[in-house]
Design a protein around this ligand. Sequence first.
Ligand code: ZN
Ligand code: ZN
Length: 142
Amino acid sequence: MSQTHEGQCFCGAVHFSVTGEPAAMGYCHCESCRTWSAGPVNAFTLWNPDAVKITRGADKIGTFAKTPASERKWCKDCGGHLFTNHPPFGLIDVYAAVIPTFPFKPGVHVHYQETRLPIHDGLPKMKDLPQEMGGSGTSIPE
Ligand SMILES: [Zn+2]
Ligand SMILES: [Zn+2]
């Protein structure tokens, strides 16, 4: 039943897979995502850690944690970004861009109060985060 999708870093030294369905999918507009990704938004898919497997190059994975809430992972050979472990949430954000065959279906925008790229797609826009993730749970207009 549960499908597996393969992902890899920019150079291919690190391979990994995700299996099943993510807990949530959407776009994050926060400053951390923007400055880490060097892009205007981060398309995220949040997975239970059991669903994410490193299949090659685990020794090539670097980690940087600016805050204890986000352990950002990348390939030490190419610098390509892989995913972010969020220990407080018990979830791993696998960037949608690095799992190309996975059918990304965004459901929400988070940290929209910080947006640099307003997106008028009709999806809910959370001011920060849902309450269950420690946010205000407040929605704001597009
Ligand atoms: Zn690489
Ligand atoms: Zn973010």
